[in-house]
Design a protein around this ligand. Structure first.
Ligand code: ADP
Ligand code: 2DT
Ligand code: MG
Length: 218
């Protein structure tokens, strides 16, 4: 049996302004301070050609059919899949700001009969599966105190409300196994401490000598 230790794959998820980017930066720094090599990633990655079309769509500079933009978000993950696996195999811990849960719930939140949660999940099957997905949960009321919406596509209260409901629906399904709900309505340091505790617990419990899994079909 191999004794080679791989890196961990950690995802930070949640609603807009839940504090994902703030906590992503802090978690990466805290892991580095403890001696881990860390690769920081975010989705959408707006720097690639696919990412640039997503960026234009989110800013309202271009239109896309709902299934098309959904598949572009997924393709934007697939174009990084090999680099995630390589980093993890080399012992680097990968931490991403959003991943496929956002991909599934934001598209399904549009409420089309032909774009269900199940349909939205299909293109993600085969991607690297996270060891831990931290869902930063916050009520719409608490989030409203963090300043107004920006101008991007999904930043409306109706959309945010539906997205939160669908995150909870997703957690009841097999993908819920690695999702842990974090109360993101507390102070930044309290949330940071809670996240670090969960990450260290996961690292202690996961067999890091076994390879990373893939997202399985339902
Ligand atoms: P997200 O990436 O989830 O959209 P951000 O990390 O960008 O969220 O945070 C959104 C805003 O809320 C920023 O102005 C940030 O400084 C602030 N913020 C983040 N975490 C907290 C917190 N725990 N309490 C209060 N304000 C916060
Ligand atoms: P931020 O860059 O502010 O996190 O917002 N989204 C994201 C999708 O609709 N599908 C996806 O697959 C992903 C990763 C959520 C990005 C916006 O894009 C949405 C908010
Ligand atoms: Mg952010």
């Amino acid at each position: 049996m191999s004794t080679h230790r791989r890196g961990a794959f950690i995802v930070i998820e949640g609603l807009d302004r839940a504090g994902k980017s703030t906590q992503h930066a802090r978690l990466c720094q805290n892991l580095e301070n403890q001696g881990h090599r860390v690769k920081r990633m975010r989705f959408p990655d707006r720097t690639t050609p696919i990412g640039r079309s997503i960026d234009a769509y989110l800013k309202g500079e271009s239109q896309q059919e709902d299934h098309v933009i959904h598949l572009l978000f997924s393709a934007n993950r697939w174009e990084t899949a090999a680099s995630i696996r390589t980093a993890i195999e080399e012992g680097t811990t990968v931490v991403t700001d959003r991943y496929y849960c956002s991909g599934i719930v934001y598209s399904a939140a549009k409420g089309r009969d032909d774009l269900s949660l199940k349909w939205a999940r299909e293109p993600e099957v085969g991607l690297p599966r996270p060891d831990l997905c931290l869902f930063l949960d916050i009520t719409p009321e608490a989030v409203a105190k963090r300043g107004g919406f920006g101008n991007e596509k999904y930043e409306t209260s109706a959309m945010q409300k539906r997205v939160r409901e669908l995150f909870y629906e997703l957690m009841q399904l097999p993908d819920g196994q690695e999702i842990k709900v974090i109360d993101a309505g507390r102070g930044i340091e309290d949330v940071e401490r809670d996240i670090m505790e969960r990450v260290l617990r996961m690292m202690a419990q996961t067999k890091m000598t076994e390879g990373l899994e893939s997202i399985l079909p339902w």
